[in-house]
Design a protein around this ligand. Structure first.
Ligand SMILES: Nc1ncnc2c1ncn2[C@@H]1O[C@H](COP(=O)(O)OP(=O)(O)OP(=O)(O)O)[C@@H](O)[C@H]1O
Ligand SMILES: [Mg+2]
Length: 333
């Protein structure tokens, strides 16, 4: 029987994706809204919002409807999703089916909320698929319904580690610590060490370009610019790259601890399977320099960083949703 067209939707704290079954990514934009609190109106959503925030008169604030991986502001999430679905002209195509990637750690109320939200703006049939299950199917591992896989999804606001077996979740742990908290740790370091206030974007760029948690890494000087905490004047300082490792160490340890704690929740046979087949690291923060090697060393099991966390997910979502048609969690409401 021919399938209806399926559209994937992944809502993240930092990024939202809308994609099609042929791996076409239709939307990949920040999950952010620029909101004018004086006129109570939305000035922009996604990339538009990111580009105008900070460049407008006071009164325009950034709203991130998802916080730490869960919906924090239902109305704004609705606005965000409506905007993206309208952008790709999906809201009217009710013959399609929408597969929503469900982040780890959502409780049943949050799941229902997510389903209700999508149903309220689109007449398409909606399905829920665990993000971790989709990632396992999209990975290079020979994953199938009958195999187990451990997936650590290190995102922007939340890090989670999930054991997937027989196409479902058998154990999961998560913590509200991920990329954004690493950025915040960098900002805090410069504030207290150098009395330098740096912006969110600057701290993220420092992290992506220069931070490393590897044991052996090349040290070099880096210059950063911001505002002097005391005088309020522009200030530039040069510091050692190694300082970034110091700044983020405690935050990164918390993320690694979440992965460690998941091993305590699974059977010894599944531990054996992960030790043989490896652990999948995905999410934007999985790309932090040296993190995969650190996890490999501390857990004594092979680690596979999803080559492209996004395309892995996109590939896996539809495979997972087909498998789950055979008695999975579709129509979860
Ligand atoms: N090369 C890189 N090195 C380190 N961090 C990176 C890199 N590229 C992206 N990131 C970080 O990845 C994070 C975003 O990841 P992702 O898109 O997986 O988050 P999300 O799914 O929106 O969030 P969540 O899953 O927490 O809801 C950001 O904090 C970003 O700074
Ligand atoms: Mg995510």
């Amino acid at each position: 029987m021919p399938y209806k067209k399926r559209i994937g939707l992944k809502l993240g704290t930092v990024n939202t994706l809308v994609f099609r079954e042929n791996n076409d990514i239709l939307v990949h934009e920040p999950s952010i809204i620029a909101y004018n609190i004086q006129t109570n109106s939305i000035l922009g959503v996604g990339e538009v919002a990111r580009d105008i925030i900070g460049r407008t008169p006071p009164g325009v604030i950034p709203i991130q409807p998802l916080q730490d991986g869960v919906i924090a502001d239902l109305d704004m999430t609705l606005n965000l999703v409506t905007y993206f679905l309208e952008k790709v002209k999906l809201s009217k195509i009710y013959k399609n089916e929408i597969v929503i990637c469900m982040p780890a750690g959502l409780n049943s109320v949050e799941r229902s909320e997510l389903m209700r939200l999508i149903s309220s703006i689109s007449r398409a049939n909606t399905y829920l698929v665990h993000e971790s299950v989709a990632t396992a199917y999209g990975s290079e591992l020979e994953f199938s319904m009958h195999k187990g896989a451990m997936v650590a999804d290190l995102g922007g606001g939340k890090s989670s580690c999930t054991m997937v077996s027989c196409g479902d979740i058998v154990a999961e742990s998560s913590i509200k610590v991920a990329g954004k908290q690493i950025d915040a740790a960098i900002r805090k370091y410069f504030k207290y060490q150098y009395r330098l206030v740096i912006g969110e974007l600057t701290s993220e760029i420092l992290k992506i370009k220069h931070a490393s948690v590897a044991n052996n890494f090349k040290n070099y000087p880096v210059t950063v610019r911001g505002r002097d905490l005391v005088t309020g004047l522009p200030k530039a300082i040069t510091f050692e790259r190694a300082e970034l490792q110091l700044a983020i160490a405690a935050t990164v340890d918390k993320i690694i601890d979440v992965i460690k704690s998941t091993f305590a929740l699974i059977s010894p046979d599944l531990v054996y399977e992960v030790m043989m087949d490896g652990l999948i690291l995905t999410g934007g923060t999985a790309q932090l320099n040296g993190l995969a090697q650190r996890v490999e060393q501390e857990l004594c099991c092979p680690v596979q960083v999803a080559n492209n966390p996004i395309s892995n997910l996109v590939k896996g979502v539809f495979v997972a949703s087909r498998e789950l048609d055979l008695g999975g969690i579709k129509h979860a409401l």
